[in-house]
Design a protein around this ligand. Sequence first.
Ligand code: PHE
Length: 454
Amino acid sequence: MDTRGGFSSRLGFILAAAGSAVGLGNIWGFPTQVASNGGGAFVLVYIFLTFLLAYPVLMAELIIGRSAQSNIVTALEKISDSQTSFYPTFTKKISRGVGFWGVLTASLILSFYAIVAGWMIAFALAPIANLLNMPYLADWLTSFSVSRNLLFCILFYLLTISIVQKGVRAGIERWSRRLMPILLLMIIVLIAYVATLEGAMAGWSLYLKPDFSRVFAPELLISAMGQAFFSLSLGVGTMLIYGSYISKKENLPVLGVAVTFVDIGIAILAGLLIIPAMFVAEHNGVEIYTKTGQLLSEDTLLFSVLPALFSSMDLIGYFVAIIFFMLMTIAALTSSISMLEVPVALAVERHNTARKKATWIIGLIIFIVSICIIYNFGALFGLIITITTKYSEPLIGLLLCVFVGWVWRRDLLLKELKQGFNHAETSIFWLIWPFYVRFICPLIITVVFYNSIM
Ligand code: PHE
């Protein structure tokens, strides 16, 4: 344990894991989905599915990680070693394959995430350029170009690498502890400010009055499920490796609940910021509906509606814009470090590479993938997002459930859970969860997966 490093305390883990979970998915993806899926109804379905599906998978990752004390590849191999299946070598090969697939997915997610995060830095600097009376610079910062995308992508990689190379406690945990409270503070300040502006109330009511007729719409269910998965950083070995850094004294189901609550909480707060902000923008004359009457969402929401709102707000708009895009940058950074940790931990543990060297080399390789995306943006960007978040993450999540539910010996699983949770055997968690990951989760994920490809 000492040679691998680990989180110094319960809070250290919660902040780091919540830092991983809270990212562009919460502050951009969630409000966007709320806007395009009927407001509050989406929020309710999302909360429900997070506990029904994402929390059990999160627990699977945390328990596998802490038991194996290793990266996803080695961890899955260890689990298949411990079992008494009919085809041990076959299972072992599969476990290695699934592990590497997770590492590849985490790396590919980082390759597009870093580009988007770079835009956030550029958008945070643009108001400063305007304040300094450099409109051309501001224009370059907010316009799509290869040069801008490359420069800010590099900058974001340098930030990510410089944290990960320092290791779990001095890098990941320290920076999550610093950045997460700032993030929370920024969101609350912005919500309070936007709530005072004219037009905000219409946003609050869309958000808080669910349109129940839409709760069972299939598109809404599918989007909410995907969102819950991506948002909790599941299916790529991130939560697994963070789980491996948790002390054996900790009660895992409780930690999992804490992380889930923070993730949902920040997503809901982000909605309370962005949806009212859209209606303030409308009040100020900004177009917020598409021609078909849908609320604008995705990139138009973030990169045109909100900047238009900020610039309609006079001087204070500059500061609101700076704080908003810094908030996005921080959220992205505490997530990107957790993505990079997945391949770095693999290199350090399996190939005995020094952490610093591993971080730089792997960071460079993933950056090269980002360069390819930047130069072939139209062809690759959307494609890689779809492959990783829509297909890979749920499928690997499903396979992790199969490992815990079907491959891992039940007594060994219980033994791990009991560490830090003496009464595990007689708890509600143990009554429901093993059955859940064995049958229900694989079933639900299969249904969703089937629907999303059809
Ligand atoms: N959970 C992060 C977000 O909401 C994204 C992420 C996915 C992070 C996979 C790590 C691994 O933005």
